[in-house]
Design a binder for this molecule. Structure first.
Ligand code: AHG
Ligand code: MN
Ligand code: MN
Length: 348
């Protein structure tokens, strides 16, 4: 954190400060001897887009950015103005810099193939994203987020990307992260070597390393699930919820549900807890999207010592079959996810 002390004239001075995200990226890149720097450039582009979106989110209520855009996305959900805005900012930032060869977004029907200005396709990475997560919370001043996932393409470089490049199991991710536009704005990401969190100092537009090496506790005391859907949940989830509420040992647990996956996940990673979005008779495959939400969060969770499951097995081993595929999601502190899986197994 920035250490500010006051001198006689009350001018704040920086005594010592943490690394900036920019410094951190350069330092990490130097650790990989033969790295081309492409992945660093992607994280840099995401850092820039996050600041642009953050600026707009902070103005919600002052400028005309709150409310529905009047269109629906491919999943039949009403798009909010901020969904559309964030989608454009992230796509443009990644496209302008010619650092990815393809992008898939929750807000687009199909993936986008990106050709370099010279008409070549020489980048090796594709990015998948949920540009604005928790968009139903925008109008009411509650935290929202952005989620991203990076894969190396599987088709040959120099050719246009195909669906195959995007339908890869999560364990092939090379990086994943999220931005949380909350009481402060943070960028949290992993490249497979632990999870680090950076907080934006909005006065100077710089992210500082504030949460190095983030870790889940093995156990937790928070369960996060939309209990309004209880009646429609599978019996295993119903039983697990009752278990969470039972007076025994360190239970009952506390219930916390914001309705923004990024915010619920972030809190649970810091405090210890489990997040569940199960199947239900209303949503037979669950609601969350494998490629834009569950895979990136699963990668971060595992890198932080937590677990991510569909109730029966590891999220990151699921072979995706379509871009906008939905899966049930159980994610958080290892022992809590395993306990929930135990209840699920009883009714398999
Ligand atoms: P999005 O805004 O990207 O469509 O995602 C919303 C998701 C997720 O963020 C959240 O956890 C979940 O939907 C909430 O769903 P319910 O309102 O059904 O609980
Ligand atoms: Mn979302
Ligand atoms: Mn979204």
């Amino acid at each position: 954190m920035i250490n500010i002390c006051n001198r006689k004239n009350d001018m704040p001075i920086m005594k010592h400060r943490n690394k900036t995200l920019g410094e951190f990226i350069i330092e990490k890149q130097e650790e990989f001897k033969y790295s081309s720097g492409e992945l660093s450039r992607i994280i840099n582009a995401i850092r820039l887009a996050a600041k642009v979106v953050n600026y707009k989110v902070n103005k919600a209520g002052l400028v005309d950015i709150v409310g529905a855009a009047g269109e629906q996305n491919i999943q039949g959900e009403d798009q909010q103005k901020l969904d559309v805005y964030a989608n454009e900012v992230f796509i443009q930032t990644l496209t302008n810099r010619e650092i990815v060869c393809g992008i898939a977004s929750e807000e687009n029907d199909d993936f986008i193939a990106i050709h370099g200005k010279a008409g070549d396709d020489n980048s090796k990475y594709v990015v998948l994203m949920d540009p604005l997560d928790g968009s139903s919370n925008i109008d009411v001043n509650v935290s929202v987020g952005t989620i991203f996932s990076v894969f190396r393409r599987v088709t040959p470089m120099g050719t246009p990307v195909t669906l195959e490049d995007f339908l890869q199991p999560g364990d092939q991710q090379v990086a994943a992260g999220y931005v949380i536009y909350g009481t402060s704005t943070m960028l949290v990401y992993t490249t497979g070597h632990g999870v680090n969190g950076f907080t934006l100092n909005p006065a100077i537009g710089t992210f500082y390393l504030s949460h190095p090496n983030m870790q889940y506790s093995k156990d937790g005391k928070i369960y996060s699930v939309n209990e309004g859907n209880y009646i429609h949940f599978p019996q295993g989830v119903k039983d697990y919820i009752k278990y969470c509420q039972m007076e025994e040992g360190d239970r009952p647990y506390t219930s916390r549900y914001i309705g923004s996956l990024v915010s619920d996940f972030h809190r649970n990673m810091i405090k210890g807890g489990v997040y569940i979005y199960p199947t239900s008779s209303k949503a037979p495959n669950g609601k969350l999207r494998l490629l834009y939400e569950c895979n990136p969060m699963a990668f971060i969770a595992e890198q932080a010592g937590g677990k991510a499951s569909d109730g029966y097995g590891r999220i990151m081993e699921i072979q995706p079959t379509e871009l906008h595929q939905r899966v049930p999601f159980f994610c958080g502190s290892q022992n809590m996810v395993e306990k929930a899986e135990e209840f699920m197994a009883k009714y398999k």
